[in-house]
Design a protein around this ligand. Structure first.
Ligand code: 4SX
Ligand code: FE2
Length: 336
């Protein structure tokens, strides 16, 4: 596993995302009924959701709001002292740092620190969180896509080298990249837990949230959720796939929730925990990189993403991308 730089908080994993949604009833149909998340807590404003394998309070929080947005992504750190280390680390970077005391922020989460990171994203770091009932063998309660856990955040950001540098300074390793002829970075996948990623960067206008990657155990769950949406006449929620990624080797399906937030149902990537694990580099011209079978990527997948909020709940300004992966020639349609 990658060592943590001396001044950085020890990040364990991508832990949860809090999304603003406009209609909790519609969101519940999608996230609970279709994806199979379990409700750990709900009130008039919040829905806290947990996958079947997750022992902590939630991995997705939906907050009722006037417009769809990302409130924050959150990383769990190893000890309470790492929450303090996060406050110092981001304070020195010059961004706003806000302490959110237990009971004042997201339900179930203890004392936390929120910041706007150098990439413009609202990010929370926490150690303490309530635990929930073990659902791993409550097969009687499993349903829908049987989401087991949150796997990763994918963020749209205009400057991939800057994102790579920031997450490297936080002790993240890099499992895979997409690179141009001069090794210019189009995309990168970075991890703390021992999988392909906790966070990945898609080159695009940003800061925006590209998607949440949600792990299920078996590829037939991915196929089943597509079949169910078709049966319900809700096939417009399917955006891309099912397919096999080149990067990560995962089997995937991208869906859009009722507010347009993108989620990926994701399964069977690989172990990256050895200390000398090497980065696997894909050429941007290889049409297997994003779909191993060479299926073209729909343009909305590259272009659409969720706006992100600052710590006061106002939309963050968005900057245009430096590189355009859709312009890289890979085949007849150039989308690859
Ligand atoms: O489209 S890619 O094959 O590059 C890809 C996208 C690989 C892994 C992911 O989680 C993802 O969202
Ligand atoms: Fe993903």
């Amino acid at each position: 596993m990658t060592a943590v730089p001396a001044d950085a908080p020890d990040v364990v994993r991508s832990a949860y995302a809090q999304l603003a949604v406009t209609d909790l009833t519609a969101a519940r149909w999608f996230w609970v009924g279709i994806l199979g998340f379990h409700i750990e807590y709900e009130d008039a404003d919040f829905l806290c959701l947990r996958g079947t394998d997750e022992l902590t309070h939630h991995s997705v929080v939906l907050r009722r709001a006037a417009a769809p947005a990302l409130d924050h992504i959150a990383y769990r750190v190893r000890t309470p002292e790492d929450v303090e280390r996060a406050a110092r680390f981001f304070g020195e970077l010059g961004g706003p740092v806000r302490r959110v005391l237990k009971g004042k922020g997201t339900p179930g989460v203890g004392d936390a620190v929120r910041t706007i990171d150098p990439l413009g994203f609202p990010v929370e770091f926490f150690y303490e969180i309530e635990h929930g009932e073990r659902l791993i063998q409550r097969f009687d309660l499993h349903r829908g896509a049987e989401i087991a856990r949150l796997d990763h955040f994918n963020i749209a950001t205009p400057d991939i080298p800057a994102a790579y540098a920031h997450y490297t300074s936080l002790g993240f390793g890099c499992s895979e990249t997409i690179e141009g002829d001069a090794h210019e970075l189009y995309a990168a996948w970075m991890y703390r837990k021992q999988t392909v990623h906790d966070v990945a960067f898609t080159c695009g206008a940003g800061p925006r949230l590209h998607h949440l990657g949600l792990a299920t155990h078996e590829s037939h769950k991915v196929l089943r959720v597509a079949d169910v949406l078709g049966s319900l006449g809700k096939q417009h929620h399917i955006e891309r796939g099912p397919g096999r990624h080149g990067v990560s080797n995962a089997f995937y399906l991208y869906l859009r929730d009722p507010d347009g937030h993108r989620v990926e149902v994701y399964t069977t990537d690989y172990y990256t925990g050895d200390p000398d694990h090497e980065t696997y580099r894909w050429s941007v011209h290889d049409d297997r990189r994003r779909d191993f079978w060479g299926n073209a990527v729909i343009e909305s997948w590259y272009k659409d993403a969720t706006p992100v909020l600052d710590l006061d709940g106002n939309p963050q300004p968005v900057a245009d991308s430096l590189l355009d992966e859709t312009a890289a020639k890979v085949g007849a349609d150039g989308l690859g």
